[in-house]
Design a protein around this ligand. Structure first.
Ligand code: CXF
Ligand code: ZN
Length: 373
């Protein structure tokens, strides 16, 4: 059976997303059809639009979808029709990374997430009877309906019944990346100082998680004072405007050095500067998208001598089946108040939502696509 949907199609840099009627392919045995209630917008969607990632266009983007399951293939056990679900990235489930519950490092990440079709090359979407690129992050959720997979759908626990899907939607990307980096990848220890460069979605999630982990102090660095104010509300004990002498202020606050430095900017001069601030055994975590031509210069004695570590991190080492419910519980308990970052927009206003994200006016735009019930 096929299903009609309305989707926002990305045709490339400089062009607004266009709405069109599309058809979803018949479900395979491991697939889930979701009626989308809400979907967050992430910088990765915009990086695709701007051709910074090798994803084919035109395509239906959107990878922070949440909705209600409409139908499932016969092999699906994670959810059933009527369940509330959030979606995240897809993975193969078979490679050495997936075998140790580290699917963000899936050896077959590209075909499952960025090829514009299923990993076997078959299209999930059609427009006017012809294949249209979709299956973005295994979902393509800028649409009224999406095909997702057993491995990238997480049922929302019943304890979250009171929490609307238009709040939960963005949990499966930047939020899990920042929180997972602190709690899972770096495993921040109580009482040690952390500094976080960049107070966007990922940085803010890292700040909230650093508070959960008991890091102290928690220093947030950004060039926008308005973001630093929110960072303080969410758990930063100190904030520094990036236009000031950041290194001098951190040295004054932490004369023994930083236990952890976490960069979300991808700017190599900032990363190198952060490395010099590490205490013995300090860890520098990197999640920012950088210019592919950039290289880091690190002093070998400084790296080896103090047992310092530099860690590349993807998706906060999230194992979504366990970690997303854990984060939802932190939200419910008031420890992870990420709703503070959300600005809601109607689906029809997707281009305004993108503009608000790019101007910095809204940290995490979330599209309302249909009523929850
Ligand atoms: C991704 C990167 C790979 C793992 C999951 C999250 N980022 C998306 O924007
Ligand atoms: Zn994303």
């Amino acid at each position: 059976m096929t299903e009609m949907a309305k989707a926002a199609i990305c045709t490339g840099e400089g062009s607004a997303f266009e709405f069109a009627d599309v058809t979803l392919d018949a479900l395979r045995s491991d697939e889930v059809r979701v009626r989308i209630v809400a979907c967050g917008i992430c910088h990765t969607d915009l990086a695709v639009r701007d051709r910074q990632l090798p994803v084919p266009l035109p395509i239906v983007l959107g990878h922070e979808g949440a909705g209600i399951v409409e139908a499932v293939g016969e092999g699906v056990t994670v959810a059933k029709p009527g369940d509330r679900v959030v979606m995240s990235f897809h993975s193969c489930g078979e490679c050495p990374s997936c075998a140790v519950e580290a699917p963000t490092y899936c050896y077959d990440f590209f075909p499952h997430n960025w090829s514009g079709a299923r990993a076997d090359g078959s299209p999930t979407l059609f427009r006017d009877g012809k294949p249209l690129h979709g299956n973005f992050f295994g979902q393509s959720s800028f649409a009224t309906h999406a095909i997702a997979h057993e491995r990238n759908v997480v049922k929302v626990p019943e304890t979250m019944d009171e929490v609307p899907l238009d709040v939960l939607a963005p949990i499966g990307c930047g939020l899990m990346t920042g929180a997972g980096a602190v709690l899972r990848s770096i495993q921040v220890r109580k009482g040690l100082p952390i500094a976080i460069w960049g107070a966007g979605t990922v940085g803010m999630a890292a700040i909230m998680a650093a508070k959960i982990a008991g890091a102290d102090p928690i220093i947030a660095i950004d060039i926008h004072d308005s973001r630093l104010e929110i960072a303080r509300e969410l758990g930063a004990t100190h904030t520094i405007n990036g236009r000031e002498d950041v290194a001098a202020q951190i040295r004054e606050l932490c004369p023994q050095g930083l236990g952890y430095a976490f960069d979300t900017t991808g700017v190599n001069t900032l990363i190198e500067g952060a490395f010099h601030l590490l205490a013995p055994m300090g860890i520098l975590g990197l999640v920012g998208a950088s210019d592919p031509a950039d290289t880091l210069t690190l002093n070998e004695a400084e790296l080896m001598g103090g047992g310092r570590r530099v860690m590349g991190i993807l998706g906060g080492d999230s194992d979504i089946a366990t970690f997303l419910p854990e984060l939802m519980e932190h939200y419910r308990a008031g420890r992870f108040p990420f709703d503070r970052l959300i600005g809601h927009f109607a689906f029809a206003d997707i281009n305004a939502a993108i503009a608000a994200s790019e101007s910095g006016e809204v940290i995490k735009p979330v599209l309302r696509i249909s009523e929850e019930s």
